[in-house]
Ligand binder design. Sequence first.
Ligand code: F1P
Length: 346
Amino acid sequence: IADCLRGRLDAKSGRLVLGGLRDYMNKFQNAERIIITACGTSWHAGLVAEYLFEEFARVPVEVEYASEFRYRNPVIGEKDFVIAISQSGETADTLAAIELAKSKGATIFGVCNVVGSSIPRATHAGCYTHAGPEIGVASTKAFTAQISILAMMALKLGYQRGTLTESKYIQLLYELEAIPGKVEQALKSNDAIKYIAEEYKDVRNALYLGRGYNFPVALEGALKLKEISYIHAEGYPAAEMKHGPIALIDEEMPVFFIATKDSSYEKVVSNIQEVKARKGKVIAVVTEGDTQVKAIADHVIEIPITHEAFAPLVAVVPLQLLSYHIAVMRGCNVDQPRNLAKSVTV
Ligand code: F1P
């Protein structure tokens, strides 16, 4: 995240430089709609971006799996600004979605990690995430770097469109600039996370729940567990629990909540109570100093207080670590999980 923000963002001067946007700022600013397309973890980053763009810039956003978008006949045209997100820059579905959108006259902007890869070459413009090489197959630091770029884009757009006042804009830049320090602090929970991993390493199923900005974090937490530990895991918006997944909850079911102090905190607390009432095990990522969740959860992992819009950048880290430890304890190859390819080029 630090590498992604470095040189682009200086909250003190209010400077936010996204070189890739320079020639396309007009198109971006006047877009009637933003369409985000991606696969896997990158798609989850796109979901966070939907919340960011709609909250800060008040532009309608649609997020669609590239693997669906490419095979249907979507309504898309010149007034659409398409953001294609990909770690590898080689994902075949995302490339095909780009070609389709381009043929309809939309402007395509890439958010990729691998310099010179196929997607940056196929797009009109873009920003590299500068996350460094992803050694393992499962995307981790690319996810947080993608969200960092998308957050900067949302702030820039909100400021340019006048939906963010200058003081709010500067305040948010400061919040974003503080994120790398908060991630470092979150990493200090490693021993506690390892202890939790030991307790849950043999489960067969897991649920991940979060609301608002933390809903995509729940999806990503579940995906990481599936990808590297081969444990069946599902992510859901916490409020959807009562529409189905609640039937799964018993004393065997660990439920991972992202329950940071934000505008939906009280509602998440009541979701946790619902799980506890059915004897589910609750492991919650909470804001440091939290007392309410701590009193009812089986385990908590504390992270520093963060503006809710940027909470995914910090909250996902303990979940990535947890999947890592569980995978290692189960003897799985965390860098090269079975059946997964680094670049899905077919
Ligand atoms: C998309 C993706 C990754 C996942 C795995 C398979 O890749 O689904 O999110 O971790 O590597 O591919 P990309 O388009 O972001 O490179």
